[in-house]
Design a protein around this ligand. Structure first.
Ligand SMILES: [Fe+2]
Length: 165
């Protein structure tokens, strides 16, 4: 990607980021594996990341090669590469309790990952109804994290839950 990045590169990068998010939520699911409500919450977040990958792949595969070879602003690729590196290096950091897990999820979800997803959707879907579905999918995913799990909505509640895995 050292010469002009293309839309195809951007899709590949975005899919790579979503895959890291799947791994991230799998890790959280394991860390809280002995607490079913919490384990299942992270499992659902993971499943939604898998759905994002499916959608991105479908969108990419639906595009003609001229579209995929269109140049994109290198700033988007730089952002994507940086995020990918940040998620990957987070795997080396220990997570001691549910609040640390939550803060990390919050950081990724409210950062640029979803903006990259929506950038690709807006630029390449070209169909209002399908675009609405993509927006809704991201909104629901973010809302799920914002609402979180009843009984674990404050930092103090979450800090009391030690990671076990
Ligand atoms: Fe996500």
């Amino acid at each position: 990607m050292n010469t002009s990045p293309t839309a195809g590169d951007m899709f590949d990068l975005s899919i790579a980021i979503e895959k890291e998010m799947v791994a991230f939520y799998c890790r959280l699911r394991q860390l809280f594996g002995n607490l079913p409500v919490i384990r299942d919450f992270w499992g659902e977040m993971r499943d939604e990341e898998i759905e994002h990958i499916v959608q991105l792949r479908m969108l990419r595969d639906s595009l003609p090669s001229e579209k995929l070879s269109e140049e994109v602003d290198p700033a988007w690729v730089e952002k994507g590469v940086r995020i990918l590196g940040e998620i990957q290096s987070s795997f080396e950091e220990p997570i001691a309790n549910l609040n640390q897990a939550y803060e990390l999820a919050h950081e990724w979800e409210n950062g640029e990952i979803n903006r990259i997803f929506l950038f690709l959707a807006e630029k390449y879907i070209g169909d209002k109804a399908r675009m609405k579905i993509a927006e809704k999918m991201i909104d629901n995913h973010l809302e799920r994290l914002m609402e979180f799990i009843p009984g674990y909505q404050t930092a103090a509640d979450r800090e009391a839950v030690r990671a076990s895995g």
